[in-house]
Design a protein. Sequence first.
Length: 351
Amino acid sequence: MKTQIEIQRIEKSKIDSVDFSNLPFGSVYSDHMLECNFKDGAWQKPVIKPFTSISLDPSAKIFHYGQSIFEGMKAYKDDAKNILLFRPTDNWKRFNKSAERLMIPKIPEEIFMEGLKALLRVDSEWIPRNPGSSLYVRPFMFATGTGFHASPADEYKFIIATAPSGAYFAGKVNVLIEEKYARAANGGVGFAKAGGNYAAQFYPTQLAIEKGYNQVIWTDDNTHQFIEEAGAMNIFVRINDTLITSPTSDRILDGITRKSILQIAEDEGIQTEVRKISVGEVVEAAKDGNLLEMFGAGTAAVISPISSFGYQENDFDLPVLENSFASKLKKKITDIQTNKASDPYGWRVIV
């Protein structure tokens, strides 16, 4: 059944005040947002309304028990001005997987997908067309039900907000392999896109920054002997001509970019392995000259190459390659996303 969506348009757009040639990531917001509330055991009518502040009761459970989840997506425009999404139903499925783990009601597909598409049509002029730019899309949901008792809330708010963003250039990324802190533990919520996961990363990441690094490579919570993620991204390691990534688990996010990389790499004839990667293996490969690439994979940067890493007071530089797997795979993905190449996988969705 088609979802009825109320649309309240802004009186005057602020788009003329935005410099689309100089867009920081996720800091400028488009005119509208989608909002849908859950109360009395049911989802209410979605509304597209002007982007605005939210008023909440101080006893809203989001403030006390952290029931909050989100997703990260991008929308693009091709040369024909079609609005494009990349694997959006995968985001919806993962969103509900996160919701289930945090005892948040699942969002129906028709509200998520039809609401998303309607919002993009309303704010279509906000989708940048400069090379490397996109409209970053942030669906999120949190507990608005009140009470200080430690139990799931009875009311929730689902919002989709968007932010036009320029090309994501991280520059040289120098990372520290973490030996003390853990991003997530077995049986926990590491696989979910829950706000608390990211809040818990900030402190150890700041410690690494104070040592001169940009980011942390997370290791397993038990032994700290196996690398698992790079900051807020999945991690890939290239040893000789084999591309390796850690298997998903309770601790590791099932990244959509990660899955796309594995599929494209396989089709390009790149040998891939999904297995545990020990810190010792990475260090030895670096010493032997067999460690050719390391990179993070996620929505914001797509692929973020790592130029060096630190471990136990030693730093290891990675070689600069002319034809890296990272650059080849990033181009393949972004060309599909922006309709510059064929899409044999059915990942690209025209709004």
